[in-house]
Design a protein around this ligand. Structure first.
Ligand code: ARG
Length: 582
């Protein structure tokens, strides 16, 4: 049995053998089901190329398709739209194939090596809602790409070389001047950090406030940041310890979000490549000095908008965000030579990435065929349409957002779950599902309003609805297994809603392909809702377990199992876990 793509390839062959030249015939779900479940609209473009009319071409194709037992109800509408449905035999074979292994319903893409740069947490700072989408979308794209056969490396790319390093070190010196790392003659001796992660969450905001209020202090922080960048022994020893402490919290949150990384590298890891990179650019005569800063022109003749040069070394000798991102590419090419690098960040960072990508291409750090892609996203807003804030108007941290949603899901928890530990675990899983699903529903670049109560509801287009329905499928299968049903023989269908379920399952590879091409998960989120709703309709129309017709019963169990497995597969792409019960 084959997927929809194989079917299209076979159709393409049929059409080619009729003497027409076409790369790919498309099977499109039909908008008018009474005419057929799918349609083929390619007769029009073929007619144009062959200087004939589409109806004639459609007739020739239809004559062939009518001979094929997989199709039925093949007809032509209008000037040359071909409509068709699949036969029951076809659907039974399809169901057998996905019943054997749900992955039989996947169309793999040509294998590539891809680095995905997502997450982007900043050391010593708190993860806020702006980091949520980078983690969610990045993780889901990583899982999707892997499922489609890609070789993927996920890198968190921590923000660890910025001004916050100088600020935190300066504040630490104020608080703990006796620390050995501050001694003139510090030689790398071991010492332990006198603070906890709770302290750290206070230290950074305080240090930042002080620097903003006092120009002298700001200069001091900049100086320390510069010294850290240049490898100051004591400051680096301290900053590394702060980094480890901060990472404990950061990892906890990523873990809550079912997000994991292959590489836990950061901006500072790119410093080892900066000198070599600058030499490389210098040799290519690409660098200029402007007002003391080292810059590179990246304008193109075709530019319609202003394109400022990229600054690689500031006038005081510091390296900045542009420097570390370009040096990171330099390092990644050396170590991994990936075919593609994807970057997940807030849409407002688009210009930054465009500058870095241009510099990389122009200088040959990446070859022309290496794809650098910026995957920007919109903002998650609160009910007032502004970036989601705490009740008193402060920045909402990711952990408070998660607990806010958790409060909602906890209220709705099944009272049958009495064990306190389990209550905590399950309600958190549902909260993450609510949060993530709401985040995937709009197209990636769209801003959206997050309403905790609405998205925690068991009804409607929500994560909890999907979990609840999926668990119900599972318990139906479990019940069937206690009655001795384990392998379900697939014999017949009623050709009603059960067929509609299969018709939709058949299109799943197209949904995944579109998500992969657009780098947006919204179609997968919609598809999950659609397939689940249709299945639920089927479930309420039919008494699966009490059916007297054994052949129907086992076929329906197979259908249930296939939707269940499909949901697990897609929820897993989205990084959503399914609890045992809820
Ligand atoms: N740390 C950055 C931030 O919080 C995001 C990092 C994005 N990735 C990158 N390679 N620049 O905005």
């Amino acid at each position: 049995m084959s997927t929809i793509k194989n079917l299209e390839q076979e159709l393409t062959k049929i059409v080619t053998e009729l003497g027409y030249k076409i790369d790919h015939i498309n099977l499109v779900p039909s908008g008018r089901k009474e005419l057929g479940e799918f349609q083929i609209n390619d007769a029009f473009s073929l007619a144009k190329e062959n200087h004939t009319n589409p109806r004639e071409i459609a007739e020739n194709i239809v004559a062939e398709l009518k001979k094929d037992a997989r199709f039925e109800n093949v007809n032509i509408a209008g000037a040359g739209f071909i409509n068709l449905s699949f036969s029951e035999k076809f659907y039974l074979d399809f169901l057998r194939s996905i019943q054997k292994d749900i992955k039989n319903n996947l169309d793999l893409e040509p294998r590539k090596k891809i680095i995905i740069d997502y997450g982007g947490a900043n050391v010593a700072k708190i993860l806020h809602v702006g980091h949520l989408r980078s983690a969610n979308i990045g993780e889901a794209l990583k899982r999707l790409a892997r499922l489609l056969g890609m070789d993927v490396i996920g890198d968190v790319h921590l923000g660890d070389s910025g001004l916050q390093s100088g600020m935190v070190v300066s504040e630490m010196r104020r608080r703990y001047p006796e620390l050995i790392c501050f001694k003139e003659d510090y030689q790398g001796e071991e010492f332990s950090l006198p603070i906890t992660s709770g302290d750290l969450s206070i230290i950074y905001p305080e240090a930042s406030k002080k620097a903003k209020e006092d120009e002298e202090e700001m200069k001091n922080c900049q100086k320390i940041t510069f010294q850290i960048q240049k490898g100051h022994l004591g400051y680096n020893a301290l900053w590394n310890k702060i980094k480890d402490l901060s990472l404990v919290e950061i990892k906890k949150i990523y873990n809550d979000l079912n997000t994991s990384f292959d590489l836990w590298e950061g901006e500072l890891d790119s410093f080892q490549y900066i000198r070599e990179m600058l030499e490389y650019l210098e040799n290519k005569k690409l660098l200029e000095i402007s007002e003391g800063a080292t810059i590179m022109d990246i304008k193109k003749e075709t530019d319609k908008k202003e394109m400022p040069p990229i600054i690689l070394v500031t006038s005081n000798g510091s390296y900045i965000y542009e420097t570390t991102d370009l040096a990171t590419i330099f390092g990644r090419m050396k170590r991994f030579s990936p075919d593609e690098i994807w970057y997940l960040a807030d849409s407002r960072q688009e210009l930054h990435f465009e500058q870095v990508f241009r510099a990389s291409k122009k200088s040959g750090i990446t070859k022309e065929e290496t794809k650098l892609e910026f995957i920007g996203f919109g903002t998650m807003n609160g009910p007032d349409g502004k970036p989601f804030k705490t009740r008193d108007g402060g920045v909402m941290t990711l952990s408070s957002l998660i607990s806010l949603v958790n409060d909602e899901t906890r209220k709705r928890l099944n009272p049958m779950i009495t064990n306190e530990q389990e209550q905590i675990k399950v309600s958190k899983m549902i909260a993450i599902a609510a949060l993530k699903y709401a985040d995937f529903l709009p197209f990636r670049t769209t801003d959206y309003i997050f309403e905790p109560s609405k998205f925690s509801d068991l009804e409607g287009k929500t994560g909890p609805y999907l979990l609840y329905s999926t668990i119900r499928m599972k318990s139906l299968l479990k019940k069937a297994s206690t009655e001795g049903y384990h392998n379900y023989e697939i014999k017949k269908l009623k050709k009603e809603t059960d067929k509609e379920v299969l018709e939709n399952l058949l299109t799943m590879p197209k949904v995944l392909k579109k998500a992969y091409d657009t780098k947006s998960l919204n179609d997968i989120a919609e598809f999950l809702y659609k397939i689940t709703s249709i299945y639920n309709k089927f479930y309420s129309e039919n008494h699966i377990l009490t059916s007297k017709d054994e052949e129907l019963k086992t076929s329906w169990l197979a259908l249930t199992n296939s939707v269940y497995k499909t949901n697990l597969l897609l929820l897993d792409i989205l990084g959503i876990e399914v609890p045992e019960k809820m």
